[in-house]
Design a binder for this molecule. Structure first.
Ligand SMILES: Nc1ncnc2c1ncn2[C@@H]1O[C@H](COP(=O)(O)OP(=O)(O)O)[C@@H](O)[C@H]1O
Ligand SMILES: [Mg+2]
Length: 498
């Protein structure tokens, strides 16, 4: 293990160790290897995050159209200029200023291993934010970390991405006005002529990205009042993808239809009731029944999911639930203590009691949707309902985003028009601050293999090991799995900054 771990109480001794590695006679390359790289590791970067000795704007490019390897159009974030310890860094400030301006970098770090100067580039004006000696850096490491860490960088790119989505939408609308309407399929009739004000990330947003990250676990209701939009399918396969990425995941089926339970190969009668095990109804209605008493562990190879199964009798319990004291918090109370990284709740498609109970227990919401006119129109109600619950709860209930659960890969024009509608609804319900559409790389295409695996009672990952599947089906499964992995990584990124 390198010194990549998070710096906590022992950060000062780690820094002291790092600094001991050079002397005033060391060379520039010693400072790079022994100071700069270890510092980058302590800031949370991995070697894949940096390049050394890069030539910018000097190589001869015949074409550079967009940027194929990135979803973002972005300039470099941080440029580091290293000098030998016997050089005074004040003499090189002009040089890093020049580099930062030319590359459009946001931040600069200038160091000779003994002095550390951080610079910030705003509209080509380069400002020195702080300057540390080794001793003050040790003392003020928290600030140093906050400015330069990978977490801050990820927060910055996430904010950029959100704004870019807005810009693109407005740009599309502008273009639509210069092209004959029939060629644009009449998609952008309602387009505005001028782009709206693009929000600037506030200083607070940039420097204090920790609010969400500090929360250890996330309890997420996968919410949409419309049935058949792929709620249960998203819940199961997202959970599996999160587990593949090393997260401990609990799934709670709180829908009387028990589709999640059966979709994970658990029969509510044979595997739960007949064996005297408990389900969600016991958890809700028996004060002494604890979470661990109702959890069933399912394993497929390396994959491990924990499940609270549902039962059809939940459907008849609306009255009982209504008569129970503090019924809205029944589930919240049972989820106070647990050690999962993510808890995903799959409620029924309605706005009834059970949905209230799930939302009250949740720290955030994920909204799956099909890309269809009807499903998108229904989102308006979903957004309204979250506002109501937020008021009832008296604490924020953020929408992590909108995940596309089923879309037709062949209808790209239609999909574009649906995205435009979706943005319109978002803007109406409080703007893209309220909820963002997840990136296209996370969208799940409509493919038979998705429902086949659900009918067979296992997450898609298991398809690889099912000898009864045709190779074509396995290929399709691979394709969808990639999307679910992207979805899980995106979720991890926005909830933890990892
Ligand atoms: N990406 C997909 N491709 C094909 N079929 C899907 C896909 N996602 C879901 N389905 C199928 O659509 C139906 C409804 O999905 P489900 O997840 O049960 O919706 P909900 O929970 O919102 O009612 C199920 O039969 C499911 O297998
Ligand atoms: Mg369902």
């Amino acid at each position: 293990m390198h010194r990549g771990a998070k710096m906590t109480a022992d950060s000062s001794s780690t820094l002291q160790d790092i600094f001991k590695a050079i002397t005033l006679n060391s060379s520039e390359s010693d400072v790079e290897k022994k100071i700069v790289i270890p510092l980058l590791l302590t800031l949370g970067y991995t070697s894949a995050d940096w390049q050394t000795q890069v030539v910018i704007l000097q190589s001869k490019l015949d074409f550079l159209v967009g940027q194929s390897d990135s979803a973002l159009i972005t300039t470099p974030y941080l440029i580091i200029e290293v000098k030998a310890p016997n050089k005074n860094i004040a003499h090189s400030v002009w040089q890093i200023n020049n580099y930062m301006r030319r590359a459009g970098a946001v931040l600069g770090l200038l160091t000779n291993g003994y002095d550390f100067c951080i610079l910030y580039n705003y509209e080509e004006k380069i400002t020195q934010i702080v300057e540390y000696s080794q001793a003050t850096l040790i003392h003020q490491y928290k600030i140093f970390h906050k400015i330069l860490s990978k977490k801050t960088y990820l927060h910055y790119t996430a904010t950029l991405y959100k704004n870019q989505q807005q810009i693109r939408l407005h740009f599309l609308k502008l273009i639509s006005q210069t092209v004959q309407q029939e060629h644009m399929l009449g998609l952008f009739n309602k387009a505005k002529t001028s782009p709206t004000q693009i929000q600037q990330p506030s200083e607070k947003e940039i420097l204090v990205p920790e609010t969400k990250e500090e929360r250890k676990s996330m309890i997420i209701t996968v919410f949409n009042n419309k049935g058949g939009v792929g709620k249960t399918t998203t819940t199961i396969n997202l959970a599996a993808a999160l587990n593949k990425l090393g997260k401990r995941v609990l799934l709670i089926d709180i829908d009387a239809q028990a589709n999640l339970t059966t979709g994970l190969g658990i029969d509510p009668l044979e595997d739960v009731e007949q064996q005297g095990k408990k389900d969600i109804t016991h958890l809700l209605l028996e004060p002494r029944t604890k979470l661990e008493d109702v959890v069933i562990t399912k394993q497929w190879g390396e994959l491990e999911l924990h499940v609270v199964p549902s039962h059809i009798r939940l459907g008849r319990m609306e009255t009982t639930l209504n008569q129970t004291v503090d019924s809205d918090r029944l589930l919240a109370k049972k989820l106070k203590k647990h050690d999962y990284d993510y808890v995903l709740i799959d409620p029924p498609p309605s706005f009834g009691k059970v949905n209230g109970i799930s939302l009250m227990a949740s720290s955030a919401i994920l909204i799956p949707t099909q890309l269809s006119a009807y499903a998108i129109r229904a989102l308006e109600y979903v957004l309204d309902r979250t506002n109501e619950v937020e008021q009832l709860k008296d604490e924020p209930l953020p929408i992590l985003g909108i995940a596309v659960s089923m879309y037709d890969q062949k209808s790209s024009n239609y999909n574009k028009s649906m995205v435009v509608r979706l943005f319109e609804i978002l803007e109406k319900s409080g703007g893209s601050n309220k909820a963002e559409l997840f990136p296209e790389s996370t969208w799940i295409p409509r493919l038979n293999i998705v429902s086949i695996s659900q009918d067979k009672g296992y997450p898609l990952y298991q398809g690889e090991f099912d000898e009864r599947l045709a190779s074509q089906e396995k290929e399709a499964a691979q394709k969808v799995l990639e999307r679910y992995t992207n979805l899980a990584s995106h979720l991890i990124k926005i909830t933890t900054g990892e």
